[in-house]
Write a protein of this length. Structure first.
Length: 190
């Protein structure tokens, strides 16, 4: 399986990250329990965690899991390092078939890569929405991720913000972009 969609999600989100200014870090986001800095840290830390999880074969423990601190430095450079490591890890021979142990279960590397792709892309949308950037991000990839999400995300994964991975599905306005539709499906108010 190709890492093309993951690489594209990383590139799309990097474009959003590169336009975030320090004065925007404490703005609220569609993820009610997180500010911009928290999502920046989650995306940057996530890029590093994805690679470490695939390389180790199980979810690594970080000494300090408060990834929001990553927003205080050059978070674009840190993201770039994590992206390079993640693309290399998921692209390594056997990585797609390898079973990866995560805090929420064990899954094949290919499924984990799909989760990483959707997570990265959707949190890029969160940041775009929060910082006044266009949320019409990569229509082709957004449509692909929406289709995959509709097939894999069950109601059992939905609930209150901060307690469940996804909020209740929200309505998307008529004519909403594919990225906005994905965000609404994943519980964001568009």
């Amino acid at each position: 399986m190709s890492t093309e969609a993951l690489a594209q999600a990383f590139a799309d989100t990097r474009g959003v990250l590169a336009n975030i200014t320090p004065d925007q870090l404490d703005l609220p986001t569609p993820c009610q329990s997180w500010k911009v800095r928290d999502i920046v840290g989650h995306i940057v830390g996530g890029s590093q965690w994805f690679a470490a999880s695939v390389n180790a074969g199980e979810s690594p423990q970080f000494e300090d899991s408060d990834f929001s601190k990553l927003a205080d430095g050059d978070f674009v450079a840190e993201f770039d390092k994590g992206v390079a490591a993640s693309i290399a890890a998921f692209g390594a021979p056997g990585a797609q078939e390898k079973m990866v142990k995560l805090p929420f279960g064990t899954m094949p590397g290919s499924a984990f890569m799909g989760l990483a792709t959707t997570d990265t892309f959707t949190h890029g949308w969160d940041l775009a929405k929060s910082t006044g950037q266009s949320t019409d991000i990569d229509p082709k990839l957004a449509e692909q991720l929406l289709t995959g999400s509709k097939m894999s995300i069950q109601d059992a994964f939905r609930g209150e913000d901060g307690k469940m991975p996804f909020g209740p599905e929200q309505p998307a306005p008529d004519g909403a972009s594919a990225a906005d539709q994905l965000a609404a499906f994943l519980g964001r108010k568009v």
